[in-house]
Design a binder for this molecule. Sequence first.
Ligand code: HEC
Ligand code: HEC
Length: 292
Amino acid sequence: MTDKPTTREIDELTGTETTGHEWDGIKELNTPMPRWWLWTFYATIAFSVGYTILFPAWPMISSATGGVLGYSSRAELHQDLSNLQTANQAVVNRITELPLHEILADGELTRFASAAGASAFKVNCSQCHGTGAAGASGYPNLNDDSWIWGGTVDDIYLTIAHGVRSATDPDTRFNLMPNFGADGMLDRAQIKDMVAYVAGLSGIEAESASPEAAQLFLDNCSGCHGADAKGVAELGGPDLTDAIWLYEGSVASIEAQLNRARHGMMPAWSEKLDDVTIKQLAIYVHGLGGGQ
Ligand code: HEC
Ligand code: HEC
């Protein structure tokens, strides 16, 4: 590297001035910035000055400079939210006012209610009924077309609002299957016979029932499960002839239920959720199972 040059030096080949730096005979050209680049650079400076004047920009101690246009992203968000709410409020009002069967008659209302119901379901119901509402042992599948407490949208609404065997809601769905075995209402042979009979109704493999079994069923069980064993929705006695079971549906689980009934419980949701939400849940659940 040489010392600072005293005269301007022009590179012969390019005609451009050099910076005066030189390494082993190689000189550095002092090529000027391209014009387009310079102008873009000046434009961005001008833009940033304009921007900081018009919009909130410089941080201060507790907030930032406001900008002469008075724009605020928070205010914009509030505006967006309140626009959305006004738009939804009209629909929510109609869901509040209309009876369930009229909501179902309106495709758009049904879609809205169902979507809102689906998200309320994820928050409040999925821990027992599963995210897809497919249920688990003791928690009914809500996707099938079989309903313990009735599958009209009004039935479903009542079940959700007042719960099943809720300790706190006087209007709750309530019925207790007796403990036929534990309370000695049927002897061991009769229990075995009833297990075989009930298993046979839906084709579960078991020993065959005695000729007296049908009468024993009529005398002890038909009050809640129906003479044809197809269930009594008003009493929450499940259909015993379909292949849909609340409790597994094995010989062992039928026997367990006959010895000591389980009495599943569901909270009364009117204690926690507002009426519109319960209506939306009823519409959503009704849509899952095809309803009745
Ligand atoms: C703590 C557990 C639990 C939660 C949470 C729960 N459920 Fe249930 N649900 C049950 C049980 C148990 C039953 C069955 C009761 C019975 O008849 O033995 C049931 C039954 C039902 C039925 C009746 C099904 C039929 O075949 O008739 C509907 C409808 C229902 N639940 C909807 C809901 C909705 C909607 C929510 C959320 C808002 C919900 N459940 C939350 C436990 C629960
Ligand atoms: C007072 C009403 C009542 C009577 C009487 C009754 N049940 Fe039940 N049964 C129910 C209810 C309610 C359920 C719902 C399950 C529960 O306890 O949560 C049920 C459930 C069952 C289940 C389980 C169904 C499933 O899907 O897992 C079987 C099996 C059953 N009952 C058989 C019988 C038989 C057999 C008799 C007669 C010996 C009988 N029940 C008498 C009310 C009754």
